[in-house]
Write a protein that binds this ligand. Structure first.
Ligand code: GSH
Length: 204
């Protein structure tokens, strides 16, 4: 498998899941400012017509996108399904609920601001207010739990990736101690450390 990623982008969640499940993969870096491949400058739109990461390319050359779908697929490759839970089970429902929450309530509130610094101040203000309300929800939820859906899951990898964008945009998490403790717990996982290091986001 090949993973197309950009450092710290939402593709980091898929990168983490690949490492958590021990899958064999090659990582190909994309420059999202120019939509070119970092290793050779090829046009990324020829690989991903929307120009988005993450994208997984399989050994037969077929390509699939949409982070939440890729995370569920990768979690299911592990026979234990520890990162997602059994089909039709309550844990599966909780994990997919949190994946959807992260995608629709957090990810798409942060972007396009994250990728377009010229975003109007009024839009940034609205985004910050909505994110603060959602972070407060998560903080309450995490007051009595270590992870979003019981044990660690792909929802935590995705949530960590997106909440981490607060650092890039200078959004303080000081009002959310349980959220910060959860971020720290997720960041300590060896697969997360490896993915952050491989993307150049952690220095020795
Ligand atoms: N619906 C896609 C969205 C992916 C997405 O927003 N990717 C961003 C990085 S986090 C991107 O590649 N942006 C580049 C662009 O907008 O040109 C998914 O959930 O996987």
């Amino acid at each position: 498998m090949k993973l197309y990623f950009a450092p710290g982008a939402c593709s980091l969640a898929v990168h983490i899941a690949l490492r958590e499940t021990g899958a064999t993969f090659e990582a190909h870096q994309v420059d999202l400012a120019t939509h070119t491949l970092a290793d050779g400058g090829g046009n990324y739109f020829e690989i991903s017509p929307r120009g988005y990461v993450p994208l997984l390319e399989f050994d037969d050359g077929s390509r699939q996108t949409e982070g939440t779908a890729l995370l569920q697929y990768l979690a299911d490759l592990d026979p234990s399904q520890a990162l997602i839970g059994a089909p039709a089970g309550r844990r599966r429902l909780a994990v997919t609920q949190w994946l959807t929450f992260v995608s629709t309530e957090l990810h798409k509130t942060f972007s396009p601001w994250l990728w377009h610094k010229e975003t109007a101040d009024s839009t940034k203000r609205d985004a910050k207010l909505k994110l603060a309300a959602r972070f407060a929800d998560m903080d309450r939820h995490l007051a009595t739990r270590e992870f979003l859906a019981g044990d660690y899951s792909v929802a935590d990898a995705y949530g960590f990736t997106i909440v981490n964008w607060s650092n890039f945009l200078g959004i303080p998490l000081s009002d959310f101690p349980n959220l910060r403790a959860w971020m720290a717990r997720v960041s300590e996982r060896p697969a997360v450390q490896q993915a952050l290091r491989a993307e150049g986001l952690l220095k020795d």
